[in-house]
Write a protein that binds this ligand. Structure first.
Ligand SMILES: Nc1ncnc2c1ncn2[C@@H]1O[C@H](COP(=O)(O)OP(=O)(O)O)[C@@H](O)[C@H]1O
Ligand SMILES: [Mg+2]
Length: 396
């Protein structure tokens, strides 16, 4: 295969190791400086030029997009996607991961532990937000910070308020987060490649520093993760949509809490500390996945019109509950059930014999008119007016 590594610096440890690992596996690997591409947008023929020359056809790229080049870097990755080149991490997940708030919103929705976090804009909301996350000391965090820069511990309400105001006046978006004291300046960095954790380390901040980033001088040691932590790391990467991720997890009294999911995790510390061949694992994953470049299913469906995917939970649906899939109205109306999720267990491509149970979550594909009639009407989650919940009374 021809593999391109996208990196600002060819000499960086991570880029070099990826090239080494690729070459060792008999691939032709070249490191490209992400900022030296030109993106040519033309009807039908999206192209990339590198240092004035048209880029030769590549089979895959491994993007390493640092925070300072997010905008251009993402545009380059997007262009590779348009050209049908497999990218080890896709542009949308990279963008999701880069924004800490966006990532937290997604993780919390998928029931992954995160420290309580509030995002505010208005000055008047700052104090209530601090209270909501448990009062001082609190963490204030810039949405797009990395390497510990932009993560501040504020001891008092006054200091917290002043920091938020200062950052906001410098046009920074900030979030206010519960300070997880019990983690004692330590966290876990788990490297996920594909659907597994290939290496993990515990990082410990130096002195009275609370940030355990290696760039802040933290020391690191290898750890074997408890299954709960391993699962959280894998799920977090999957929820964001990254195949390659460095997941930062705090060990809180309430169990694992994910701080962030990095799309271009550094390889130097993790390989040195654990002895794991992370670069090799990444190249191996690319080999397995290269036949599956990005497909935006919703977009494809929008283009063809009329058909779509819908997901709903089976609840009080006598026409479905207790019946084999093939005997339900779904089959009759040509709705394909792609996946059933039952208590966190996933049944892919269920056969007609599968019995539908209450609580099952069905992912369906079919005619949108039909789906509309099947999917239960949305009810407000927390009804405001008491009568919204009251059972219907028999007429007098
Ligand atoms: N809510 C928190 N409670 C305790 N420590 C935290 C919290 N948030 C961050 N930290 C510490 O600060 C470090 C950096 O935070 P993180 O959110 O990962 O930002 P960055 O992108 O700068 O690495 C973490 O590795 C952790 O040690
Ligand atoms: Mg971090």
């Amino acid at each position: 295969m021809r593999i391109g590594i996208l990196s600002r610096t060819a000499r960086s440890y991570s880029a070099r190791r990826l090239r080494e690992a690729g070459t060792a596996r008999k691939h032709r690997v070249r490191i490209y400086d992400t900022l030296r591409f030109s993106i040519a947008v033309e009807r039908q023929w999206p192209e990339l030029y590198y240092r004035h020359r048209r880029l030769p056809a590549l089979d895959a790229v491994v993007p390493r997009i640092g925070a300072s080049i997010t905008f251009f870097g993402l545009a380059v990755v997007r262009q590779f996607e348009q050209m049908g080149v497999y990218t080890a991490n896709e542009s949308i997940p990279i963008a999701r991961a880069r924004d800490k708030l966006r990532a937290m919103q997604l993780l919390s929705r998928h029931d992954i532990g995160v420290p309580s976090t509030v995002f505010v804009r208005d000055r008047q909301e700052v104090l209530p937000a601090i209270e909501r996350v448990g009062g001082p000391p609190v963490i204030i965090k810039v949405l797009e910070g990395t390497q510990g820069v932009g993560v501040i511990l504020a001891d008092t309400e006054k200091v917290a308020e002043a920091i938020v105001q200062t950052l906001q006046s410098a046009r920074q978006n900030v979030l206010i987060q519960k300070f997880v004291k019990e983690s004692k300046g330590q966290d876990i960095r788990a490297i996920v490649v594909g659907d597994r954790v290939v290496a993990a380390m515990r990082r410990k901040a130096v002195g009275d520093e609370f940030r355990s980033n290696v760039h802040r001088g933290a020391s690191a040691s290898p750890v074997t993760l408890e299954p709960e932590y391993e699962q959280v790391a894998i799920r977090a990467a999957q929820v964001i949509g990254l195949r390659i991720a460095g997941v930062d997890i705090l060990e809180s009294n309430e169990g694992p809490q994910v701080l962030e999911v990095n799309s271009s995790p550094g390889l130097e510390a993790i390989e040195a500390v654990t002895g794991a061949d992370v670069a090799g694992a990444i190249i191996e994953d690319v080999e397995h996945q290269v036949l599956f470049p990005e497909v935006d299913l919703r977009q494809r469906l929008r283009l063809t019109g009329g058909y779509g995917v819908a997901e709903f939970r089976v609840h009080k649906m006598p026409e479905l509950e207790g019946h084999a899939l093939r005997d339900t109205t779904l089959a009759e109306q040509n709705v394909h059930v792609l996946m059933i999720t039952r208590k966190k267990i996933v049944i892919h491509n269920p056969t007609g014999d599968h019995i539908i149970r209450r609580g099952d979550v069905l992912l369906c594909y079919g005619d949108l008119h039909v789906l509309r009639s099947l999917v239960p009407q949305r009810k407000p989650r927390r009804p405001r007016a008491p009568q919204a919940r009251a059972p219907r009374r028999p007429k007098r």
